[in-house]
Design a binder for this molecule. Structure first.
Ligand SMILES: NC(=O)c1ccc[n+]([C@@H]2O[C@H](COP(=O)([O-])OP(=O)(O)OC[C@H]3O[C@@H](n4cnc5c(N)ncnc54)[C@H](OP(=O)(O)O)[C@@H]3O)[C@@H](O)[C@H]2O)c1
Length: 433
């Protein structure tokens, strides 16, 4: 092959960085064909030059400060696999794009917080900005939305975007164990970080939801517009009740556009066992996107790990080798809209509320009265004994009602003397409304 190699610099040599290096080495020959030129790593950077990473890095120049990679004349594309919304990742992105060098990243935090600004920089300097690995790891869902569904009006998408949460909820359901116990086991098995808060509090899924919404709706990523709730409050009783009602509990990222405004949310919710997502278990990710021409499409696969994430990173590099400069968020950065946010409190939905209450006459009447005062109409109410030493569980579901009214009712019910712990309120998500 006579074509000039595409010269890469890789910043970050952890799980993904080493995965990319391995993927490039393993498929060197076929990648040269698919990219129509060799892909060649020329320089790398990480924090600790002396760490044994299990691979031979002698062929690459080592650079201590990753930002310097962007200034090298022998680098065409910078691949950022460090992580973090700011710090060296942001500095490197700005330096690379500012110099007209294409930039590939797996860093969803960076894109969710700075994607608009980086898209501006990329287009001004005729460089590519690509981040397929940042959403749903190995699933090529951004490419599917940006390219395969470009003929559609996309008004709605939702997905299981965090493998750690899906794994925890799957094991809680299978084994009937509590959140804390499953989290500890997940940490030991390597499915959860030592500090799990980004995952279990919904932040990671929110980063991905902001990116999906931006790409689908032609808007700048607007992380601050998201309403976010994680899975810490979910208990086995909720999972058991969900099963009795024909549902599973999943942490979903949801983005919908209605009348020119956008709703973006991440929270645990009940989904019918009849839906595709209810059957996505363990660390697997899945995204459902609905277009006006194509209808519903579903994408499922590995959302993390060295191989799947490297697969997406390398695919981005191959696109760049072909000169791909498609706008990062589907439309030119200048045309990205600032769409108003729909206030979740003004939306309607069906809800589940779980209460632990003292076991005495009159309590149900008190709860019903608060709900009626907020115009919430009950669909079902069940009382169950608890494993706790005192109280009983009351679990209720509602007909379609306003989220603001339901939230106020839940707060007022939580303040009643007869209610022993903070109520747990979940949306019962219907995707046809
Ligand atoms: N892991 C996954 O499955 C996955 C999936 C999708 C997306 N991602 C994203 O991919 C990115 C990388 O994730 P990862 O799991 O590979 O992380 P990781 O294993 O923690 O690796 C991070 C790498 O960045 C290097 N680094 C940290 N600070 C640095 C600095 N100031 N200067 C230079 N290098 C620095 C580290 O160097 P040392 O090794 O010397 O400490 C390490 O090599 C993140 O944005 C993550 O969100 C990861």
């Amino acid at each position: 092959m006579s074509a000039q190699p595409l010269r890469l610099a890789v910043a970050g040599l952890g799980t993904v960085g080493i995965g990319v290096r391995e993927g490039l080495a393993k498929h060197q020959a076929v990648l040269s064909q698919r990219a129509a030129r060799p892909l060649k790593v020329v320089a790398v950077s990480a924090r600790d030059r002396h760490r044994d990473r299990g691979v031979d890095l002698a062929a690459y120049d080592w650079v201590d400060n990753p930002v310097e990679l962007a200034g090298r004349d022998d680098v065409d594309v910078v691949v950022e696999l460090i992580g973090g919304a700011d710090g060296p990742a942001l500095a490197l992105a700005k330096e690379a794009l500012g110099r007209g060098k294409s930039f590939v990243t797996a860093n969803k935090a960076l894109i969710a917080h700075h994607g608009g600004e980086l898209a501006d920089l990329a287009e001004t300097n005729d460089a590519a900005l690509k981040f397929e690995a940042g959403v749903a790891g190995g699933i090529p869902v951004l490419k599917a939305l940006r390219e395969g569904m470009s003929a559609n009006d996309l008004d709605s998408l939702h997905g299981i975007l965090n493998g750690t949460c899906n794994y925890i909820l799957t094991v809680m359901e299978r084994e009937g164990t509590g959140f804390a116990e499953v989290l500890e086991a997940a940490q030991k098995a390597g499915y959860a970080e030592a500090d799990p808060s980004f995952d279990v509090d919904g932040i990671d899924a929110a980063h991905k939801t902001a990116i999906l919404a931006a790409l689908a709706f032609g808007m700048r990523p607007d992380f601050d517009a998201l309403s976010i709730k994680g899975i810490r409050q979910i208990a086995p009783i909720d999972i058991a009740h969900a099963a009795d009602l024909g549902y599973r509990i999943k942490l979903l990222g949801l983005a919908r556009r209605r009348n020119g405004a956008v709703e973006q949310r991440v929270h645990p919710c009940m989904v019918s066992k009849d839906t595709a997502l209810a059957h996505v278990g363990g660390v697997t990710n899945a995204v459902v996107a609905t277009g006006d021409l194509v209808g519903q499409t579903v994408y499922e696969g590995a959302g993390a790990g060295a191989g799947p994430t490297a697969s997406a990173v390398i695919a981005d590099v191959v696109d760049i080798a072909h000169g791909c400069r498609r706008p990062a968020f589907s439309v030119p950065a200048d045309d990205l809209k600032a769409l108003p946010t729909l206030d979740p409190m003004e939306l309607d939905g069906n809800f589940y509320l779980r209460l632990r209450v003292v076991d005495r006459p009159g309590v149900i009447a008190e709860i019903s009265s608060v709900l009626a005062g907020e115009d919430v109409s009950l669909a079902s109410l069940i009382q169950r004994d608890t494993a706790e030493t005192d109280g009983v569980y009351v679990v209720l579901t509602t007909h379609r009602t306003n989220e603001g009214g339901m939230t106020r009712a839940s707060r007022k019910i939580g303040e009643l003397d007869s209610v022993l712990e903070e109520p747990v309120m979940l949306r019962i998500e219907r995707f046809d409304q």
